[in-house]
Structure formats: C-alpha cells, structure tokens
Design a protein around this ligand. Structure first.
Ligand SMILES: Nc1ncnc2c1ncn2[C@@H]1O[C@H](COP(=O)(O)OP(=O)(O)O)[C@@H](O)[C@H]1O
Ligand SMILES: O=C(O)[C@H](O)[C@@H](O)[C@H](O)[C@H](O)COP(=O)(O)O
Length: 174
C-alpha cells in the first residue's frame, strides 16, 4: 500500500514458535503490504548455529538486525508500509529496527513455553529446535511502556490470533 503519510512498519516479534510467520502471512493477505520474513535475513552461519542448538549472541544478531532495518528503510523510501517478522528479543535490538525510516511499531506475540515447544516440534523443515526456547525466553525483554506496540496472546487458534493481530494493526494504521 502506498500512502501520503509516513510509512508504517509493523514488526511481528516474539520468541520462536509464537506464530510470527503465520500471523504475518495472514496480515499480508489482508493488508497487501510488503512483507519480510526475518529468518531469511540470517547468514548461513547463524542458521547453522541455531540448527546445532546453540543460541545466537549479540554479535551474531547485529548484522542480521541491521540488514532488516536497511530493508525497512528501502521500503519506506518507496512509500510502502511493511510487515516484518523478527524475534527482536531485546530492547537494543528493537532500537536498531526503530532507526529505520518511517514509523516502527511492534506486535509482540506471547505464549506459554510448553505450547510453543509443541507447535515448534510439529513444524516441518525448520532449522530452529525447540530446545532453544529456554534461551529465547531468557533473552526476551518485553516491550517497555515507552515502546510503541501491542501484546497479543497466542493461546488461541490461528484464526483468533490473526483477528487480534489485524485489529491491532488497523488501530496503528489509523
Ligand atoms: N495460534 C496457533 N495455533 C496453533 N498452531 C499455530 C498457531 N500459530 C502458529 N501455529 C503453528 O506453530 C508453528 C510455529 O508457527 P510459526 O508461524 O512458524 O512461528 P514463528 O514464525 O514465530 O516461529 C507452525 O507450525 C504454525 O503452523
Ligand atoms: O534472534 C534469534 O535468536 C533468532 O532470530 C530467533 O529468535 C528466531 O526466532 C529464529 O530465527 C527462528 O525463527 P522463528 O522465530 O521463525 O522460529
């Protein structure tokens, strides 16, 4: 969608398995905004590290976050609102994304670890093992009160989560 307003970036964040990709695909279908899957911005080394069951560290994540922010800025320059999936676990990671041109808001998907582990284990062809959930939760810094965003619980069905996510984005988009 092209707009005369400052482009809006909605970053769908949260630990692995919260349904970021599922929610983003639904939003993309309903809003028609350009969409970036954060997983696809990881280096091969990062993917290999996660696949082997080792958590990423700040140094691993820095170039990944920078490349996502660059994509967001490029899209904003073209006048596009965007949807981005990115775990964005720490506030300082979100600061990197917030530095992109345009308005950046976060849709934080949250759920119980056991539920997420079960969903991850039923996912096929994905490098991320559910054994990394402990470190994902340990690393997660929830949105601060001064961070533009909204929290959506993912205990319900995909349809429930999608509807809540769409309602939240429509509020942000005005
Ligand atoms: N609300 C939901 N209820 C049940 N299963 C879900 C829900 N949301 C996502 N899933 C499933 O859980 C797995 C993880 O979802 P995914 O969208 O890949 O999460 P993420 O991108 O955050 O890692 C996938 O197999 C997906 O189909
Ligand atoms: O910062 C990280 O440790 C990773 O980015 C991680 O948070 C992310 O979740 C993986 O890329 C797995 O991808 P999914 O979130 O799609 O499972």
């Amino acid at each position: 969608m092209t707009s005369t307003h400052s482009p809006l970036h909605v970053v769908i964040m949260g630990v692995s398995g919260t349904g970021k990709t599922s929610a983003a695909q639904y939003l993309q279908q309903h809003l028609g905004w350009v969409y970036a899957e954060g997983d696809e911005f990881h280096s091969e080394a990062n993917v290999a590290k996660m696949r082997s069951g080792t958590p990423l560290n700040d140094d691993d994540r820095a170039p990944w976050l920078a490349s996502i922010a660059t994509w967001m800025t490029e899209q904003a320059a073209a006048g596009h609102n965007t949807l981005v999936t990115c775990s964005a676990l720490k506030r300082k990671y979100r600061d990197i994304l917030r530095a992109a041109t345009g308005r950046v808001v976060f849709l934080h998907l949250t759920g119980e670890k056991a539920v997420l582990a079960q969903r991850m284990d039923s996912r096929v062809d994905h490098y991320m093992p559910s054994s990394l959930l402990d470190s994902q939760f340990a690393t997660l810094e929830p949105l601060g009160e001064d961070e533009a965003g909204v929290v959506v619980d993912v205990a319900g069905s995909k349809d429930d989560v999608a509807a809540a996510a769409l309602a939240a984005v429509r509020k942000f988009a005005g």
